[in-house]
Design a protein around this ligand. Structure first.
Ligand SMILES: [Fe+2]
Ligand SMILES: [Fe+2]
Length: 185
């Protein structure tokens, strides 16, 4: 099995925090858009993107970033609070996935999810928050960034193959340019 030299950063790769912040920005953009959207097809498409992106993001944090954070900082309070917030968000994501945009609870559910995520992202990104503690720790953020990117690609591949509930291909492939690639710093 080929293993990258851990001290050497692959050109073009992001460190763990830049990668996670870029995910946050992408989802924020889609939340903004879904709350303005009028067509039900477009709402369904955006909701699918948001839910899938959040599930992948939560999984890579829980499998890779959070455990490394806990080992490096021993900050159990911050770690556990983040985990619990993920749990709450995942419940609501499952509800949104089961709700159609013509249901009167669809938009309220999306709004509440967007508020939950806003709060959670703030806790991760604010001064003294999880990411700034991670930066001050001995975590190898470049190596973790590569692990996160690899796992993310794997999960996105699985979602593409196995999800029958996603909208037709033509819509799914439509990706906005914009801030996706903006550096997370
Ligand atoms: Fe996050
Ligand atoms: Fe998180």
């Amino acid at each position: 099995m080929a293993r990258a030299n851990p001290s050497k950063k692959t050109p073009g790769s992001q460190d763990a925090i830049a990668l996670l912040k870029a995910d946050h920005r992408q989802v924020e953009e889609w939340f903004e858009e879904i709350l303005k959207a009028r067509s039900e097809d477009w709402k369904r498409d955006l909701a699918t993107r948001i839910c899938n992106a959040l599930k992948v993001h939560a999984t890579i944090e829980e499998e890779i970033f959070y455990p490394a954070f806990l080992v490096a900082t021993e900050d159990t309070d911050m770690h556990h609070e983040a985990e619990i917030e993920h749990k709450g968000a995942k419940q609501l994501i499952a509800e949104i996935e089961a709700t159609s945009p013509d249901d009167e609870y669809f938009t309220p559910k999306v709004k509440v999810l967007s508020e939950m995520i806003k709060h959670h992202v703030k806790e991760e990104e604010q001064p003294g928050g999880m990411f700034s503690e991670a930066r001050d720790s001995k975590m190898d953020l470049d190596q973790l960034g590569e692990q996160l990117a690899a796992r993310k690609a794997e999960l996105e591949g699985e979602a593409d193959e196995g999800d029958d509930s996603t909208p037709p291909r033509g819509q799914r492939e439509r990706r906005e340019p914009g801030r996706v690639m903006k550096s997370g710093r």
